[in-house]
Design a binder for this molecule. Structure first.
Ligand SMILES: Nc1nc(Cl)c2ncn([C@@H]3O[C@H](CO)[C@@H](O)[C@H]3O)c2n1
Length: 234
């Protein structure tokens, strides 16, 4: 047990999928895992452990924002020996070529700051995905015929952004999309020698201002979950 996770030792698998929304964790566990068991309910941040094709997997909410993800990722790594941590989530597209429902595989993630900024101080550390996971996810997506974009994303500290100048530079430099967790996940994986990847479904578009209707957000997420599972056990 930890301060924020009530699971008993051994309840959490070494492979953990991390959606921001605990109810998406519940949906994904019930949809994709055999015999999912709820292993955490502390503060409503649900976590479930089951098997996928015989492989043990935990699907656990991370909450929104890097501070929240940092709490869960730190505890999953330190107390439950998580070895592979894959964020599955939504993001906003920042390039014309990226469309709603497309999948983005985050090779790197830029940010203004992260919970690790205090450690790095003046170092501009480059948070990057595990290459093996990234390659396996790209292969899985291609095999499924899912339109996928691999490149840099932006992990923001805010949803209601007031920096159009910043967005302009990120679009100019090819940033594919914006979300709020991946950079710190990558920092923690690098610090602790673990594997991490962010597999994101485009739910909003910052240039066209389109947004997926709520019912699509769940179905469209199925491909992303399957890509993450296939990559984790490739
Ligand atoms: N900043 C931001 N902007 C856009 Cl357009 C987003 N679309 C999805 N998200 C993700 O969804 C949640 C916010 O709705 C966050 O966890 C974030 O990771 C977004 N976060």
């Amino acid at each position: 047990m930890t301060i924020h996770i009530g699971a008993k030792p051994g309840d959490i698998a070494e492979t953990v999928l991390l959606p921001g929304d605990p109810y998406r964790a519940k949906w994904a566990a019930e949809t994709f895992l055999e015999n999912p068991v709820c292993v955490n309910q502390v503060r409503g941040m649900l976590g479930f452990t089951g098997t996928w094709k015989g492989n043990r997997v935990t699907i656990h909410g991370s909450g929104m924002g890097m501070p929240s993800l940092s709490i869960y990722a730190n505890e999953l790594i330190a107390e439950y020996n998580a070895q592979t941590l894959i964020r599955i989530g939504s993001c906003g597209a920042m390039q014309e070529t990226v469309k709603l429902r497309d999948v983005i595989l985050a090779m790197t993630s830029s940010s203004l700051s992260t919970p690790s900024s205090g450690i790095f101080r003046e170092l501009n550390f480059a948070p990057c995905a595990d290459y093996g996971l990234l390659r396996a996810a790209a292969d899985a997506a291609a095999a499924k015929g899912v339109t996928t974009h691999v490149g840099g994303i932006y992990s923001s500290d805010v949803f209601y952004d007031e920096r159009p100048d910043l967005n302009e530079q990120m679009v100019r430099h090819g940033i594919l999309g914006v979300e709020m967790e991946a950079a710190e996940l990558y920092n923690l994986a690098a610090r602790h020698g673990r594997r991490a990847l962010a597999v994101l479904t485009v739910s909003d578009h910052l240039l066209t201002h389109q947004a997926l209707p709520s019912e699509d957000r769940e179905t469209g997420f199925g491909a992303m979950v399957e890509i993450a599972l296939q990559a984790a056990f490739a």
